[in-house]
Each structure stands twice: as C-alpha cells, then as structure tokens.
Design a protein around this ligand. Structure first.
Ligand code: S3P
Length: 172
C-alpha cells in the first residue's frame, strides 16, 4: 500500500515525468507538483532566464530548496528536474521522502521528444545528441541508484507507462 507516501518521478529531460505525474495525480487523487514549474512560479521567471542570469549553480540552489520544501510533507506526486539527482543531498532526500520512480529512456527517444523544445537551456546547442549522451553517462547510474521502481518508457505511450506504474503501485 502506498498510503500517504509521496510518489517521486525522476529521469532525464523528455522522459515524460510531468505528463505521467499529472495522470498519476488524477488516478490517485493526490496533488501534483513539478519542481521546475514551482521554481518558475516562485521567481516569476522561466528556467532559461534563471540559467542566463544566475548560471546553472544558481538554478541548482533554487532547485534544492524547492525539492526540500516539496518533500517536507506527504501525499504528493512530485516530478523532479532531470539534473536534480546530481546533488547527493537531493538524492538522499528523495530516497527518504517517498517512492522513487525512474522513467528510463534512450538518448534517441529523448532527442526526438525534445526536438522543438526551446525551454531547456542545456539543450540550446547545435549538437543536442552529444549533450544528451554526455548527460546520460553522467546521470543514468544515479537515477538507478536511488530508484525503487524503474519503468522503461521506450516504445510505450504515456498512457501505458502510467498504467504500468499504477499496477506496480497497487501491488506494493
Ligand atoms: C535539466 C532538466 C530540466 C530543467 C533544467 C535542467 C537537467 O527539467 O530542470 O532545464 O539538468 O537535466 P526536466 O527534466 O523536467 O526537463
């Protein structure tokens, strides 16, 4: 039984965390939060603007604060920014504050899903595939390390990914 535990979605950009999170929120009747969206709500600025003016370091500081706040209480579905797990402090926090679900995907799929995206500053470069590959080497082992549940999203639409997660969660 998941009870009142938070359900925390982790995974790289374009893995579907926010869309899956919203669907889980409807099914379980739990409130949904997206760490990027919360940062934007608080600052009144978008992620690219924060990266431009405060650098990645400034953004990560805000991200840590928001994730700490969001995980302070229970009964939420939380989608986390793809790079948040670089921080050991955040990883420990997530492990101890909910059921951590890793939405796994390939670089190829990420590349296709983020094609027209202008909102992710790290992808604002010519060779997007190269950076996605770099990030997957840097981070995939960290997602794996803290995940309670790993769900492969490749070749599955969001609905079937959500259904898979619901089935797993109903059994634990
Ligand atoms: C980032 C992922 C983004 C956002 C920021 C940095 C990353 O979140 O936090 O652009 O470092 O992978 P999504 O994973 O929700 O796209």
């Amino acid at each position: 039984m998941i009870g009142k535990r938070n359900i925390i979605l982790i995974g790289p950009m374009g893995s579907g965390k926010s869309t899956v999170g919203r669907q889980l929120s409807k099914y379980f009747n739990m409130e949904f939060f997206d760490s990027d969206q919360e940062i934007q709500n608080r600052t009144g600025a978008d992620i690219s603007w924060i990266f431009d003016t405060e650098g990645e370091k400034g953004f990560r500081k805000r991200e840590k604060k928001i994730i700490n706040e969001l995980t302070e209480s229970n009964n939420k579905i939380i989608s986390t920014g793809g790079g948040s797990i670089k921080s050991k402090e955040i990883r420990n926090r997530l492990i101890s504050r909910g059921i951590v679900i890793y939405l796994q995907t390939t670089v190829e799929n990420q590349f296709n899903r983020t094609k027209r995206d202008k909102s992710r500053p790290l992808l604002n470069i010519d060779d997007r595939k190269k950076i996605l590959e770099f990030l997957s080497h840097e981070r995939n082992h960290l997602y794996e390390e803290i995940a309670d549940i790993i769900v492969c999203t490749d070749n599955h639409n969001i609905k079937s990914v959500t259904r898979k997660i619901i089935n797993i969660l109903l059994k634990i």
